[in-house]
Every structure is written in C-alpha cells, then in structure tokens.
Design a protein. Structure first.
Length: 322
C-alpha cells in the first residue's frame, strides 16, 4: 500500500470531516447513490461504494477533482483504508473510551443537533407563497423598472466563410435555432442562440448597434466583432417600464428568502429566551480574558468546518459579450 502526498491531503480532509468508515449491516450498505458494492475489506469491516460517494461529497470543492480520475479514486480508497486501520488500532488502544474523546463527541453531538434543528426551521421559512411575492412586487414596483429592451438570438462562428455558408442555409429555409445549436461556438448555442432580454450597454457596441437596429423577426447580415462572425436575429422588444411579476418572480424570491430566514431565526431566538429561565452573569463575562489558543483549535476540529454564513442573493451580471 503506497501513501503519497495527495493521499495524505485526502486523509487529513476526511479526518477533519469527522465521518468515519463503519462496519454496516447489508441493508445500511445499500443506502445512498451507490449499489452497496464492497470496494475493500479491512479486518472484517467493509468499505462500500456508498461510503466512497459520501466521503467524496464531504470533501472541499478544490479536492473533489482529485478523486474523479482512475488514479485519484485509488488514492481516495487508499486513504479510507488507512483511516479505517487507524480507527481500528485506536479502538484497540482504548482511545475511543478516553475522557477527551467522550467530551469531543458530546460537543459534536450538541452542534449537530442544533444545526439539524435550525436547518429544519430555516427550510420551513423558505417556502414563500406567490401571494407574498406579489405583495412584495406591488410594494416595490419602482425597483423593477427597466429601460427599453430587446430579445435576440445569434449564431457565432470563427470564420467569415462559415458565416456565409450559414447565411445561405437560412436563405434556403433552414431554421435559425437548429443552425445555432449545430454551428454556434457561443455558450447560448444549446438554447438555439437565445441571449434573452437585454438593454443598451449590456453587449459590445458593434453587436448591440445591429441588434437594436433590426425589426422584430428580422435577421441581420454578417456582423464581425472581436469574438468572431455573428448572424443576429431579433426575436422580441419591449418599451421602458416596470417588468412583469413573472419576469422578476425568481429575483423576488431570492431577495425574500434570506430576509424571511433571518426573521424566523430572530423570532425563534426571542421565543426561546422568553420562555427560558435565564440568568446572565455580566460581571463574570467581563472578567473573561479570551479563549486559549488550543481551545480554539479543538473547537474548530470538533465542528469540522467554519460556521456557514447566510447566503446573499446573487445580482444578475450584465454580459458585455454575446
């Protein structure tokens, strides 16, 4: 059994995740995305494909690609085997019965219970009705104003010769959407070249000037830009004004969910405090000098990761390139 630097990094990550390999009953081994296939036997303890997938999912994003190649999979399984061997030896030495381990397990148990409870409450508060979103929309209509916009599709190719060939196919009755899917090198190709709605200033000037100058349903000639050769089709236009509720529904939900979650947490916190018998010792609190460095390290190791920060709704980016 070899043990490379990559394996060492993976082993450390897996240990920090606090998700040990355990001997499972047959029914338990079949749970998860795998088929319950045994990948390794370690002194009678089985490591299954479900164990592998679970550990892979728990890794930090930057480590996951390391486990997706044939060699990476071997390294991953090797680290799981090594960790199981360490676990078995530690139990033989009685480490699992030590007061230190018991204290950390109790602390971890408390953290997991609190996290699971809060997750349940937060998810319940994330269910926002259409009525709530419509009320938000009516109250904040001024925030959903936009200038005149158009909708367009395009086909982008590398050479003028390719563009001319596509232009001829369009003249002979070929469908714009089908040609975009087949020939366009732009990211919108799979959507038939559809770029969605956009206003002035969203696209590069040469492209935008032609697109806005087209009539609805009209297809342009060949347009050269820094990205290649485009053929543009204008598929819609709308005047300046308030965007419809359906257009901004997802944006409204993204804005309301974090706010609703914060309200839920505040109410939960206030209700629990109100019903509890609390006695805060302010004088004793003032005497605290700060936690010793080692205590901080232990707390971090027990939790397995830093506390997650509430997600903020992402603002839609304005593309500068079609």
């Amino acid at each position: 059994m070899h043990f490379t630097k990559t394996a060492a990094v993976l082993l450390l990550a897996l240990c920090v995740a606090v998700t040990g390999c355990k001997q499972k009953a047959e029914s338990e081994a079949k749970k998860g995305p795998g088929k319950g296939i045994v990948l390794a036997e370690v002194n009678g303890a089985n490591i299954t494909d479900n164990d592998f997938y679970k550990e892979q999912a728990a890794l930090p994003p930057y480590l996951k690609p390391m486990t997706e190649t044939p060699e990476g999979k071997k390294e991953m399984l090797d680290t799981m085997v090594v960790r199981e061997l360490i676990l078995q030896q530690a139990k033989k030495d009685g480490i699992d019965n030590s007061p230190e381990v018991a204290a950390k397990l109790e602390d971890l148990k408390k953290r997991v219970i609190v996290e699971a409870y809060l997750k349940k409450k937060v998810e319940e508060s994330s269910n926002i009705s259409d009525a709530d979103m419509k009320a938000f929309y009516e109250k904040n209509k001024d925030k959903f104003q936009s200038g005149a916009q158009i909708r367009a599709s395009h086909i982008l190719v590398k050479s003028e010769a390719e563009a001319k060939d596509i232009q001829n196919q369009l003249k002979n009755g070929a469908g714009f959407e089908e040609l975009a899917k087949k020939h366009s090198i732009d990211g919108a190709a799979q959507k038939g070249g559809d770029l969605g709605w956009f206003g002035k200033g969203s696209m590069i000037p040469d492209f935008e000037k032609v697109a806005f100058g087209l009539k609805q349903g009209e297809t342009s000639g060949i347009v050269k830009t820094q990205f290649g050769y485009h053929i543009i089709k204008k598929t819609g236009e709308r005047p300046a004004g308030a965007r419809s509720f359906e257009e901004v529904k997802d944006q409204i939900k993204a804005a309301m969910v974090p706010e609703r979650q914060q309200e839920t947490f505040k109410k939960l916190k206030d209700d629990l405090k109100k019903d509890a018998k609390l006695s805060i010792k302010e004088d004793a609190l003032k005497e605290l000098k700060g936690a010793p460095a080692e205590a901080g390290k232990e707390a971090g190791a027990a939790s397995g990761a830093e506390p997650a920060q509430p997600a903020q709704p992402a603002q839609p980016a304005q593309p500068k390139a079609p």
